[in-house]
Design a protein around this ligand. Sequence first.
Ligand code: F6R
Length: 245
Amino acid sequence: MKVYIEKDALAVAQKALSLIKNQITKKADSRICFATGSTPLDLYKLLIEDYQKGKIDFSKMVTFNLDEYLGLDLKNEHSYHYFMDHNLFNHINVKRENINFPDVKKYEKEHQNGSYEQVIEKLGGIDFTILGIGENGHIAFNEPGSQEQDITRVVDLTESTINANKRFFASEKDVPRKAVTMGIGTILKSKKIMLLATGPKKAQAIYDTLLKPVSSNCPASFLQNHKDVTIIVDELSAKLIKNKI
Ligand code: F6R
């Protein structure tokens, strides 16, 4: 895994921007998988700025998202559909028909495990995936205990994730308890993976991801088994790995 330690969150976003621009410049019809959460927000702002300056064209890009809550209307301001529209998609020239999410209704009613994988495969697979990381080492909603072969499925959120995500909701009881998430196996099929982390709360998870043996206790550690992963972290989240990598 390639690791870049940047001075702060903005520098992390700038480095991430350069990697995505490189990808889209080389292949305009790149199939890119996006994450929600606070970490990629600076990156999405920079992508919008570059688009407004005419430096980047998203008209051929195909998008996927990692996950979505269960039990929220897709127009609800806490849904990941809403998040992506408001923080990125509404501000760039991505085509609506090129935006893909797991079909929450299908998963909710029929537990159609694997149907998202069929969509991804039909569209040619994912070229580049953007990941954040949870304090407990989760990627997407693959909580500790997830397995390397897991595909897209309905999962229960752990107390740690409910706690971390309650900041976006009026109260903890409003945080959905279930989500649909790409599995670790789905994520590992992406040709390139870029994981971003900022802030001291992510330091232990970054240490476990990079320096501990691969284990389902830290789902992000499965990334060690992928051949093209770039990890971009700020000084604060790198405090336990400094001088050790
Ligand atoms: C979001 C996602 C999550 C977040 C993670 C970190 O689509 O899949 O795994 O990346 O929970 O969230 P933040 O960035 O808010 O700390």
